[in-house]
Design a protein around this ligand. Structure first.
Ligand SMILES: [Zn+2]
Length: 311
C-alpha cells in the first residue's frame, strides 16, 4: 500500500469512527419543563418527561421506565424547591448516571433561576405535613418566570452542545417574542380579576395570582399536601360568605368533594384550571397553558359578574 492509499484509508476510517452529531437527550421531571426545553431546543434535542401534567408531581412512584430515561439522559431538568423530593433522589440513585447528578453540568434545578415566593422564615420540614418546606415550587405558573426558565435552559443547552448555539439562541428569541406579544394581552383579559379574592385548592396558583394581580384569600387545603377536615371546611364556608369570595380554582387531579361541598353551601363558582402542560387535552406547549388558563378565568369572572348584576 503506498503512502497515498494509507492516508486515504486513515481518513476514511476517521470519518467512519465519527458518529453523526448526536442530539442531546434531555429528561425533564415535569411536562412543563419538557415543553420549555422543546421550545428552545427544537430538533436539536430529544426531550422526554417523567411525570405527565395529569398527575400530582408531589407524589410519584418511581417506575423502571423512569429509571431508564434518567440513565440515558445528558441533561436532567428539575423544578426543585422540594417538589420532587419525595421521589427524584431515589430515582437518581437507581439510574447511576453521573452526568445528571446534582452539581454536574447535566443537572439543572430551575428553582435556582426564578426567585421563589413563600419561603418559610422558620424551620419547616415535610414531616410537619407541609410539602412546601423550601418555599412554593409552583413557579412555572408565572409566565415572567417562564421566560427566566427558558433563558436558563437555553444557556445550559448551549454549554452542553455549543455547536447548536445559534439554533438555541434563535428559538429562545422567538419564544421571548411570542411571550412579549401575549403578556399584555393576557393582563388586559384578566383585569376583571384584579385585586379579587379567590380560593385555590392547593397553593399551585400563587404565582399566577402574583403575575396577574389577583389575591389568593385561602386554600381548601389547611396546609399544602394536607386534605381538609370537616371543621376546617366549615370555617371556610364562613369566610367565603363574610368576604364574598366568588371563585374557587383547582387542579384537575384533586378530589372534588370538598369543593362541591363549599359550592353547595355558599354558591361559590368552582373552576377546574389546568396547572400544567398536558393537564387537559389540547395543552401541548407552555404558551397553550396560559392561553387556556386566561380564557377559562376570563369566562368564569364574566359569568360571576353577570350573575351578581342580575341579582
Ligand atoms: Zn405544591
Amino acid at each position: 500500500m503506498n503512502i497515498l492509499n494509507r492516508l486515504l484509508c486513515a481518513g476514511l476510517c476517521l470519518v467512519c469512527a465519527l458518529p453523526a452529531h448526536a442530539a442531546l437527550r434531555v429528561v425533564a421531571t415535569t411536562q412543563d419543563l419538557a415543553a420549555l426545553a422543546q421550545a428552545v431546543g427544537g430538533d436539536d434535542i430529544r426531550v422526554q418527561y417523567l411525570v405527565p401534567g395529569t398527575r400530582d408531581p408531589h407524589f410519584v412512584s418511581a417506575r423502571p421506565s423512569m429509571i431508564r430515561k434518567v440513565y440515558r439522559a445528558d441533561l436532567l431538568l428539575a423544578v426543585g424547591a422540594g417538589l420532587e423530593v419525595g421521589w427524584l433522589p431515589a430515582l437518581l440513585e437507581s439510574a447511576r448516571n453521573g452526568a445528571v447528578q446534582p452539581g454536574a453540568p447535566g443537572y439543572l434545578d430551575l428553582s435556582t433561576t426564578v426567585g421563589l415566593l413563600d419561603v418559610p422564615r422558620g424551620p419547616v420540614t415535610r414531616a410537619m405535613g407541609d410539602v412546601h418546606a423550601q418555599g412554593n415550587p409552583h413557579y412555572w405558573l408565572d409566565p415572567r418566570r417562564g421566560l427566566r426558565m427558558a433563558r436558563a435552559i437555553a444557556e445550559r443547552l448551549t454549554q452542553l452542545d455549543p455547536a447548536q448555539a445559534a439554533g438555541f439562541a434563535q428559538r429562545l428569541a422567538a419564544f421571548e417574542a411570542q411571550m412579549a406579544e401575549a403578556l399584555p394581552r393576557w393582563r388586559t383579559a384578566l383585569t376583571v380579576l384584579r385585586d379579587q379574592p379567590v380560593i385555590s385548592y392547593h397553593t399551585s396558583f400563587r404565582y399566577l395570582a402574583d403575575a396577574f394581580g389577583f389575591r389568593i384569600a385561602a386554600q381548601v387545603e389547611p396546609k399544602p399536601g394536607i386534605a381538609p377536615s370537616p371543621a376546617y371546611l366549615a370555617r371556610l364556608v364562613q369566610r367565603i360568605r363574610r368576604e364574598h369570595i366568588g371563585l374557587l380554582i383547582m387542579e384537575p387531579y384533586y378530589e372534588r368533594r370538598s369543593a362541591q361541598y363549599l359550592q353547595a353551601q355558599t354558591g361559590i363558582r368552582v373552576l377546574i384550571l389546568p396547572q400544567s402542560v398536558g393537564a387537559l387535552p389540547g395543552i401541548e406547549t407552555y404558551f397553550d397553558l396560559f392561553e387556556r388558563i386566561v380564557a377559562e378565568l376570563e369566562k368564569a369572572e364574566r359569568e360571576i359578574g353577570q350573575q351578581a348584576a342580575s341579582r
